[in-house]
Ligand binder design. Sequence first.
Ligand code: FNR
Length: 380
Amino acid sequence: LRIYLDGLSGKLPELPVSFEDLERGAEEVMSAQLWSYVAGGAGDERTQRANVASFDRWGLMPRMLAGAAQRDLTADLLGTSLPTPLMMAPVGVIGLCDAEGHGDLATARAAAATGVPAVVSTLMQDPLEDVAAALGDTPGYFQLYPPDDRELTESFVRRAEAAGYAGIVVTLDTLTLGWRPRDLSLASFPQLKGLCLANYFTDPVFRSHLDASPERDPEAATMRWATTFGNPKLTWDDLAWLRSLTDLPLLLKGICDPEDVRRAVDGGVDGVYCSNHGGRQANGGLPALDVLPEVVDAAGDVPVIFDSGVRTGADVVKALALGATAVGVGRPYAYGMAVGGAAGVEHVLRCLLAETDLTMAIDGYPDVASLTRGSLREVR
Ligand code: FNR
């Protein structure tokens, strides 16, 4: 309503409201390399496009006079009451999307201002401890890319525990990098320039493996990172070890196959994160939304976080109706960071929340629990 009233007095929103305008605005201000890295995906990007398109196959059934004057958007995730079911997915280069180069801290500040939880990446510009402090009371989850070094993996987990993160999210779909033509043609892999490696460069175990400190020889430190980052040999046999590392909630990200869900649950994980990395890793796959119902069914009582292709508040509502406990966005807030730093991220999150809330208000769904598969019909 405020936006409409402002419009009557001739005051227009300073930042883009639709995803398309946001995307255009971000492309204008980002370098060609960073833009390609963030906007691009694997192969010819069919899976990335299919992620977005799959939301069009579902329509929400409106229910009149359903008593949705007040909405309750809280969601319970592993004993933590989240103020909203919306989350920020981990974006490794978010640090660089900010004009000041401190996008991780800006993300945390936007989370603190909105109450939208953030899953923060291993690949950061600022150390995970500083980012945790900037989150304030808003829950943060540490996303772990398990390096090919158990001692270093353990060190990351210990640091995340000490910093006060609410859980560890281990990403499994990036044990090796995807085939990304846009990056290959522009040589735009920002991490290789020694950026986004603050968590490695400040880590005592990582530092102990170096001949010279990262401050003295950043290139050698970056090369060391490059040889330990990927971990393609990781298998389900390693889950017991990962589980043994922490009493914090443990979630696995990148899960799409119900059989993998069962293995994860049998292995003692606390949550499953259904995602295909926004179509950045493997092309030719299924849209993530299409596998969400199977994942939710296989997970039983175990909560499921979902991301990949969410662009609007209506998309958030659909993913909740298909059984997600919480719904993440990646590129939308990365673009918000590019156009306006922490304030831009806050703006994007508030727009998504407002649309989620209004969709539920108009269609008669007073809370997240009232959204079920019965709320949706397939669009013919
Ligand atoms: C990502 N994603 C990601 N995931 C992760 O677990 N760790 C990471 O460091 C990153 N880094 C990253 C960088 C960039 C530029 C993007 C766009 C994405 C994947 C991310 O968490 C999420 O799965 C997708 O972004 C969701 O898809 P949408 O919302 O971008 O369509």
